[in-house]
Ligand binder design. Structure first.
Ligand code: FES
Length: 253
């Protein structure tokens, strides 16, 4: 795990969300898909903010974010060549079973963030990507362009709630009625979407892992500020997750 300052290589505004590229120090190069980084966004925000690793290259790693509060607004103002303090990589990544032949990646909104890194890491496995962008057309274009280089255009399906891009409706409408044998589902997005994905996975008997979000302070499993209920007791999203087997999670109604 690395703690220290890293240089911003790029902080690009995509009208609605941002992609930030950061210098990749050696320890971050060991990150696994699904892990995250805490970043001190500045602007007198007390806590560091968690960001999934969106992509990892030899010389840099990327995060995606939307400006939703003081921290991310401050991050959006940062420029190339400035430095930010980070801690990570943290948490447990996605786990691919050894015999898996196909993975279904389902992302809602900024939930697409960890899925590109995952798709990139398993070129030998067939990958199909489902993106729900709820009217964020810019995000839909961005995701389509990035994923199509990795998995091929025929393996990407997009839904927007207003139908402004792709299928009109929910991303879960696009999931197949039956899943291929020896497949796994990986999902990240809003809780309602995750619950629906979990139901579909259960009905079709497909192993499913979900990436959960939580407010975080320490990021190390110490403060217990991010615990969730699971069938094996309370678990810290930052340390035991953010990736959980779907059947382990106890979902609030
Ligand atoms: Fe402290 Fe998770 S943020 S235990």
């Amino acid at each position: 795990m690395f703690q220290g300052m890293v240089k911003i290589v790029e902080n690009q505004d995509f009208e609605g969300f941002f992609k930030m590229k950061l210098d990749c120090v050696e320890k971050v190069k060991l990150a696994k898909p699904g892990q995250f980084i805490l970043i001190d966004c500045g602007a007198r925000t007390f806590l560091k903010r968690p960001f999934s690793i969106h992509n990892l290259r030899e010389d840099c790693f990327e995060i995606l974010y939307k400006t939703v509060g003081k921290g991310t607004r401050a991050l959006a103002k940062k420029r190339k060549e400035e430095f930010v303090n980070i801690l990570g990589p943290l948490g447990q990544g996605f786990r691919i079973e050894s015999k898996t032949k196909k993975i279904y990646l389902i992302g809602g909104g900024m939930g697409i963030a960890p899925l590109l890194f995952l798709a990139n890491s398993y070129p030998e496995i067939e990958r199909e990507v489902f993106i729900g962008a709820s009217g964020l057309d810019e995000l839909a274009f961005f995701a389509r362009n990035n994923f199509r280089v990795v998995v091929g255009p025929e393996f990407i399906k997009i839904a927007t709630e207003k139908g402004s891009y792709g299928h009109k409706g929910l991303v879960t409408d696009l999931l197949p009625s039956s899943f291929e044998e020896k497949s796994q589902i990986f999902a990240c997005g809003p809780p309602l979407m995750l619950k629906e994905v979990v139901k579909i996975a259960l009905k079709n008997n497909v192993p499913c892992q979900v990436s959960l979000e939580a407010r975080m302070a320490c990021g190390l499993g110490v403060c217990r500020g991010c615990v969730i209920k699971t069938k094996s007791g309370l678990k810290a999203v930052c340390k035991d997750g953010p990736i959980f087997k779907s059947q382990e999670v106890i979902w609030d109604d």
